[in-house]
Write a protein that binds this ligand. Sequence first.
Ligand code: SAM
Length: 427
Amino acid sequence: MQQSASGTHVNGSDQGKLRAHISAAAPNGLRAVDDVSSGAGWGRAGGGSRDYHSGQDGARGHGGWPEPPAVVYSCHMNEFSDGTGRADIDHALTRTLHRRAVVQGSITLPAVPAMLEDYVTLCLSTFAALSVDFDDEQRRQLRDTLRDQLDQAFAGSPRSSIVITYDTPVGTLVNYHVRPEWTSIASTYDAWVATRQPPYFGSEPDARVWALAGEYPDPKACPVLDIGAGTGRNSLALARRGHPVDALELSGSFADVLREQARAESLGIRVIQRDLFTAHDYLPGDYGLVVVSEVVTDFRSPEDLRRLFELAVSCLFVGGHLVVNMFVARASFEPGDAARQMGQQTFSSMFTQDEVDAASDGLPLELVDVTGVYDYEHAHLPPESWPPTGWYEGWVLGQDVFALGRAEQPIEMRWLVYRRASDDEIR
Ligand SMILES: C[S@@+](CC[C@H](N)C(=O)[O-])C[C@H]1O[C@@H](n2cnc3c(N)ncnc32)[C@H](O)[C@@H]1O
């Protein structure tokens, strides 16, 4: 069930109050209000009327507008007997300006629940700019609302956001509403076909994949499984080289593009549109090469990594290879929840070396090569094909998660090559 929550942050009456509406949405995304909790006990929401010392804050003119206190319109300091200074008058005018503002806004942010305090700060500073200050209880309510919506969004998908909409229709009042939004990984990639220009991941096969395939002198004797094949830059190149190729792909739109290209070139690629985590029964066990490029970056947990390794073991013949790339944390960096969640939101899931080792522990997989992806691909791709896409360099350097220079990056994308060992080789 999807939920959204909103708060009405009201000020300007004698009893400043806040109402929070918790709405529950049907699976089709339509929301229905199913609970309204009262803001009893809430203090004033801040804003202009609280700060006028003349007690006019309850007064309202026509249409619900607060009647501005007379003091605001006076420009003559010497009319005041209480020592009101120029700065006070200017400040009062500023507050009146804010009070008269009609503001509507919307902030969409990726859902990273572990960064809750950043969302709270962003909201409070945005609302403060509208002269609305929250007291402790109102902050707690805001924080709880944000936490709920962030948790829902992130649980829904690693392609998720929260949308904070707000408006100040009357004086120093803010209505805010927070709702989660998400799309599945498959739908996100499906949308690329409608919204982006191909090639989505470059035109050339990965240099590391191509080099490994080249170690098999007879391509026909080395059937390939390309997991998360996308639109097939690796599958197509390997099929042209003569490998029998099965392409496993989650996105229906990508699978269609790949099928169409394979048909146009009369390449006998078998395209299997499935989630890799449910594909076991559809795959034979005689592949010489399993390719997993830019796919682990969509994983959500080390358990996903384990399931990938188990699938590779069940698919590869003994002596065959698994070639996979992934972001691995540098030894000095232990990623916390915020880094991991932001990684998922930016197609950059990351794992520690211990997690990678544990995921293959006890399986008949021997790690035979580890290489940094950036340097390898840069050095081996044809110069005219570097970078493969406009986003590739920043992404592969980890900069979509951490806006840092290369030397400071706490993660590195690596190529890992495993040899399928015989079961006897593993104790
Ligand atoms: C960044 S693209 C890379 C495509 C291709 N491997 C390449 O390098 O050009 C990631 C691909 O993995 C696919 N993918 C992600 N999770 C998957 C899963 N659980 N099962 C199958 N495919 C998946 C996506 O649909 C997408 O096509």
